[in-house]
Structure formats: C-alpha cells, structure tokens
Design a protein. Structure first.
Length: 299
C-alpha cells in the first residue's frame, strides 16, 4: 500500500533522511518509532505529499504521491497540530471535508457524532485540545480514507476517549482494510494495536518487522546461578545485555526460544524465568546497540 524506496532528504546541508525504505501493507497498522529528531515527521510529510525527496520515491497504491490529487483524496493525516479553519464550526468543517473527499460518508458522520456527543455548531477553536482531537478523528474517519496517517494523534484525549478512538480506527481496519501508519512515543499503546513496527534512527530504518516476530526473536530471562557460572554467562553467544540486582541476573539474549532456554539451563540455575519483552524494552535495546547509554534500564 505505502512503499518508500531509498529516500534521502536534506534540509540545507543536514541529511534528515538517509536512504530510507519502508513498506506498509494494506489493512495493517504500522507503528513508526524512534527518538526525537530521528526523522519520523519528515518521512510522514513525504508520504503525505507535502515534501519531495532529493532522491528515491514514495508511492501509495503504486502511484506517486506528490501533486497527485487522486491519491491525496484517499489519504488523511491527523497530527498534533491538526489543521482547521479558525472561524469554522464543526459542521462547517464537515462541509469542507465533504467537498474535498469524494468518499465522505454522511452515515458514518452521524454514527460518530452519536459517540463523541459534540455540538457541531460550536467553533472548533473554542474547544479544548482533547475535543479538537475528537473532531479530527470524527471528520477524518467520516471521509473513509484508504490510508490514515497519525502523528502523535492521541495527546490530549482522556483514557476513555483514547480507547474509544482506537476502537473506531481498528474497526475500519478490520471492516474495510484501511491502512494505518502511526507515529507515537507511547509504545505501550502501539504495542496493543500494531501489526508491524519500524524503528528509525538518524534518518535510517534500522529494523522493520511484524511485531510478533520482533518480540519473539529477543528474550529476557531472570536467573539465579552459581557464582562460578558468571564467566560462562558473560561469554555466551548472542547475549545482548546482562544486569544484576542482588543474586538475580537479568539477561537479554537473541535467538530461538528453545535454544535460549537450553543455554540458560546449562548454567544450572536455581531460578530461571523467561519473560516477554515489551516493545519499549525492544526499542531501548535496539537504540542501546547503536551507542545510546541505557545501562541498567533493562532490568
């Protein structure tokens, strides 16, 4: 659905994107994560057709995005600074969306109106930040996009409304194979909804996998082992991180789960427990491997 191929972008002499490629498949939710300044918003603005790359290409449904009206009518973006006309009411902004997006559904509009319970006669600028976000999702989902791009989209929403909004998005993915690209620092939230994850760092894609594969290839153990086995643990292959709290060692190791279990048992542990890594822990480890100092975070 979304294909980014070998894209490079400079702002003056600074390379923001460095030969980046990514593939967001139809009907999936793809989480794009990375530290501040990694290039997430820049690549999103290329996918939106706002920016053009120095080299490489961006296509949606096999068509280039930049200055392509047909493609842009099927793509919607909700960012932290979502655009609206400052004098418009919700109803007036909905009329604007109807004129721009041919697939806009009045039935969908009325259904979401009943969920959010906002007065469509109110000016958007007079609403709270959370209410503005509700309006953004209300109008965007009513436009029935093929692609929904979300850049830090849930800031300002209370927990109940965050859940409600995510349920609406997931329903559209399931019912009509809408494709979602979401960038957020809330990795716990992404972990609940994403099928695929891409980790971007310094303008490069360092990892892109299905979420289950990503979490299934790296394992975390808590061990209590004899002191004489410490050297054996330190020299063990594919060990990514070791920390110690009292007599308990926390070990992160890459490889097949059964093979890793076998390696741990060879240390004659009095305690051995394999714990699933969270997406946040995977993210921290991957960046730690690129030179970040995250000593003793993964415990």
């Amino acid at each position: 659905m979304i294909k980014v191929t070998d894209v490079t972008k400079y702002f003056d002499d600074f390379k923001v994107l460095d030969d980046i490629s990514m593939h967001v498949r139809r009907g999936t939710i793809y989480g794009l994560i990375g530290p501040n300044g990694a290039g997430k918003t820049t690549i999103i603005n290329h996918i939106n057709g706002v920016l053009t790359p120095k080299c490489g290409e961006i296509k949606i449904n096999g068509e280039p995005v930049f200055e392509n009206e047909k493609v842009k009518q099927s793509v919607l973006n909700i960012s932290d600074d979502w655009f609206y006309y400052s004098t418009f009411t919700i109803k007036e902004m909905a009329r604007f969306y109807r004129n721009i997006y041919p697939a806009f559904s009045n039935e969908r509009y009325e259904a979401i109106k009943g969920i959010f319970k906002l007065d469509e006669k109110r000016q958007i600028r007079k609403l709270s930040k959370g209410m503005k976000k509700q309006v953004a999702f209300w109008l965007s989902l009513s436009a029935m996009p093929d692609v929904l791009i979300l850049d830090e989209p849930l800031d300002g929403l209370d927990p109940v409304m965050r859940k409600q909004v995510l349920n609406l998005v997931i329903a559209d993915v399931a019912d009509r194979e809408m494709t979602v690209l979401v960038s957020s620092h809330n990795l716990r939230e992404l972990e609940d909804i994403c099928d695929w994850v891409g980790i971007i760092h310094q303008g490069r894609m360092i990892l892109e996998k299905p979420l289950d594969d990503l979490k299934g290839s790296v394992h975390k153990y808590q061990l209590v082992i004899p002191a004489e086995k410490d050297d054996e643990l330190e020299k063990m292959g594919n060990v990514l991180h070791i920390s110690r709290t009292g007599s308990v060692r926390s070990v992160i190791i890459r490889g097949d789960a059964d093979e890793c279990d076998k390696k741990m048992q060879e240390l004659a542990p009095s305690l051995c427990e394999r714990i699933s890594l969270t997406l946040e822990e995977v993210f921290i480890y991957e960046l730690g491997g690129l030179g970040y100092d995250f000593t003793n975070i993964l415990v």
